[in-house]
Write a protein that binds this ligand. Structure first.
Ligand SMILES: [Zn+2]
Length: 55
């Protein structure tokens, strides 16, 4: 049996005040910005492959 290595409880999605942008923060410290929540979650759940988007 294989399980996803990512625990959803350690992921955060923050709304950036003053804008329509959401910031997803992974448990590995990587961040990703998008206006689309679905896109944020897809990025978070792709954890091993996303790397760091903002640096
Ligand atoms: Zn990650």
């Amino acid at each position: 049996m294989s399980r996803p290595a990512t625990a959803p409880g350690r992921l955060r999605v923050i709304w950036e005040p003053g804008s329509d942008v959401l910031v997803g923060v992974c448990h590995c410290g990587a961040e990703h910005r998008s206006e689309d929540p679905a896109s944020i979650w897809r990025w978070l759940l792709s954890h091993p492959d996303h790397g760091s988007d903002t640096r």
